[in-house]
Structure formats: structure tokens, C-alpha cells
Design a binder for this molecule. Structure first.
Ligand SMILES: CSCCC(=O)C(=O)COP(=O)(O)O
Ligand SMILES: [Mg+2]
Length: 226
């Protein structure tokens, strides 16, 4: 029996376009000034240091790290350090109402229905946990944070690594087989299945389900119940 649902964000609850065409350009434009004006912030310093370490840079200037991070945004690198910094930058955009997070039309009602049935809901995304909280606090369908019992990001481990899903099941305190993981990325579902989780692939329009795929595939959250 499924007691728990773990969901990805980009391509699953929400469009890839909102992340790539709204959030990423917003962070890209503001990252250089953000790093300069927050250079004394301990959290910012920590993540700049982690980014330099990840790139193998021993003594990089602030400008070099900025260029590195901008390149990573362009390459959509799922770097924990970059994601933490992006989350800090996105905060302003939500606060000023520059954007609200996209969620597909059925998502809010379906999350609430699952919650009303007693299922516990969690998020696992490459976006940092603070960025995930901001995202669901400011969606086009309102504040969805009351739907979720917790959030996981790549500080738990990479999304294509089975060990990450074992850690999540352990942290949630449920047997892996009682957790349903939802994602648009087959490699993430393969890793979750290897850890014993149940899986469903989201093929959002205009995408289509692959023929003979290893995972159950649906077009939207309502179809999970059918
Ligand atoms: C917290 S919203 C931004 C998500 C993000 O930065 C990203 O890279 C999307 O990755 P996901 O794991 O949700 O597909
Ligand atoms: Mg995704």
C-alpha cells in the first residue's frame, strides 16, 4: 500500500519552461551583483567556497567564481552550491511578485486529495530545500506548503543514485515499497526503483509515454488514481 508520495518539481508538478525561462534567467541576471553585495554573508561565502571546490579551483577570484556559476546556470548543472545560491536570489522575485511558481492545473487539488486520504507528501528536487519551500509557498494556485511533510534536495545525494532514495525512505521512516516517486526523468525513476520505491513517470504534454518503458507512465497527477 502506498502511504507516501515523493515528487520531483521540474517537469512533474511544474513546467520545465517556468524553471528554464523564468527562474534561471532571473538568477543569471542578478547573480554577479548578488555575490558582490552579499560577499560578507557566511552562507554565501560557504556556497562560493563549495562551488570553487566542486570545480577544483584552489585559489579562484570572486569574478572567476561568478563566471563559473553563470556558466553552470547556462549548462543547467545540478550543483548543490549553485542551487543554494539560486534559491537565495529567487527569494526577491517571489517577494516582489515578479513571478509565481507554475504548477500544472490538477496538481493543487490532487495534492490536497492525497493529503485528505492520509498520504504523506514530500518533495525531492535538485532545487535547494529553501528554494523548494519558496516555490510551493508562491504558486499560481496559492500556498501549497501545508500539503508537504518535508523536502529533500541534493544534499541528500544525487537524484540518479539509488542510495539517495534509501536515505530518503530512512529519513521519512517508511519502507521503500510504501513510497511512490513521481518524476519526468527515467534515470531518476530507475534509481528510485533500484532502492525499492514504487515509481511513475510523468509525460506532460506534448511529451508522450515511451513504448515498453520500465515505469508506469501517466500524463498528469489525476491519471495516477485511475
Ligand atoms: C525549487 S524550483 C527550481 C528547481 C531547479 O532548480 C531544478 O534544477 C529543477 O530540478 P528538478 O530536480 O525539480 O527536476
Ligand atoms: Mg524533473
Amino acid at each position: 500500500m502506498i502511504t507516501t508520495i515523493l515528487t520531483d518539481i521540474e517537469g512533474t508538478t511544474s513546467s520545465i519552461s517556468f524553471v528554464k525561462d523564468v527562474l534561471f534567467p532571473y538568477a543569471r541576471e542578478r547573480l554577479p551583483a548578488f555575490v558582490e553585495t552579499h560577499a560578507d554573508d557566511a552562507q554565501v561565502q560557504h556556497w562560493l567556497h563549495e562551488a570553487a571546490k566542486e570545480a577544483g579551483l584552489v585559489s579562484a577570484s570572486r569574478q572567476e567564481i561568478i563566471e563559473l556559476l553563470v556558466g553552470w546556470i547556462d549548462a543547467d548543472r545540478k550543483s548543490t552550491a549553485l542551487k543554494a545560491l539560486q534559491g537565495m536570489i529567487w527569494k526577491d522575485g517571489y517577494a516582489t511578485g515578479e513571478y509565481r511558481a507554475h504548477v500544472y492545473p490538477e496538481v493543487a487539488a490532487r495534492l490536497r486529495a492525497w493529503q485528505a486520504e492520509g498520504k504523506r507528501l514530500y518533495v525531492y528536487s535538485s532545487g535547494s530545500v529553501p528554494a523548494q519551500r519558496l516555490f510551493f509557498a508562491h504558486t499560481e494556485a496559492g500556498d501549497l506548503t501545508p500539503c508537504f511533510s518535508g523536502y529533500f534536495d541534493t544534499e541528500t545525494g544525487p537524484k540518479r543514485d539509488a542510495e539517495s532514495y534509501r536515505r530518503i525512505a530512512n529519513a521519512i521512516g517508511e519502507p521503500p515499497g510504501a513510497i511512490l516517486f513521481l518524476s519526468d526523468i527515467v534515470e531518476e525513476l530507475d534509481a528510485a526503483a533500484a532502492a525499492g520505491l514504487q515509481t511513475t513517470l510523468l509525460a506532460r504534454e506534448p511529451g508522450t509515454c515511451p513504448a515498453g518503458g520500465a515505469h508506469r507512465c501517466v500524463a498528469d497527477f489525476d491519471a495516477i488514481e485511475r
